[in-house]
Design a binder for this molecule. Structure first.
Ligand code: AMP
Length: 171
């Protein structure tokens, strides 16, 4: 299936010069949604993860059904101040300023678990790299990453550890 036909391009969102890859049009397509989750599951199976970590918020949308399908648990990485129990935090660079991501300290147990990190899209790679640091701070291992969309020109991969990266659509 050509998933690109289900992803909508919105120019100048959220600000001028950004071409936003809108996946809501894929999500509402029953076949597209099923195909996406099934393709992730097939390609990620060799990584043998113990947990899926999904990055707020669109990483939750794909990460949770993927965890269900793979028969493993799902752990959210959230923006600062959203998780109620004790957290690990990591600050990362944005185009202007910094942002913070958090994970529950007791989410990835036992230590040494294999973790697959999921998001809808990799652009500069800063968000995914920060999620990887949270996994490492938790004492677990990043087994790999899975993104529906990769923006190749930005070469976000260079910020990620040397682990397998699964992508389904490239621009
Ligand atoms: P980055 O940290 O630059 O790799 O940005 C990744 C995060 O920003 C992901 O959670 C994406 O959902 C979002 N994002 C960045 N660029 C785009 C884009 N062109 N279209 C849609 N989402 C984007």
């Amino acid at each position: 299936m050509d998933l690109k036909t289900l992803i909508r391009d919105i120019p100048d969102f959220p600000k001028p010069g950004i071409l936003f890859r809108d996946i809501t049009t894929l999500l509402k397509d029953a076949e597209g949604l099923r195909y996406t989750v099934d393709a992730f599951a097939e390609k990620c199976a060799p990584l043998a993860p113990d947990f899926i970590v999904g990055i707020e918020s669109r990483g939750f949308i794909f990460g949770t059904p993927l965890a269900y399908k793979m028969g493993i648990g799902f752990v959210p990485v959230r923006k600062a101040g959203k998780l109620p129990a004790a957290v690990h935090s990591v600050e990362y660079e944005l185009e202007y300023g910094t942002d913070k991501l958090e994970i529950h300290q007791d989410a990835l147990l036992p230590p040494g678990s294999n973790v697959l990190i999921v998001d809808d899209l990799i652009a500069t790679g800063g968000t995914a790299a920060a999620a990887g640091k949270l996994v490492e701070h938790s004492g677990s291992k990043v087994a790999g990453y899975a993104f529906l969309v990769e923006l190749k020109d930005l070469d976000g991969r260079r910020h990620l550890p040397d682990v397998p990266i699964v992508t389904l659509v490239e621009y």
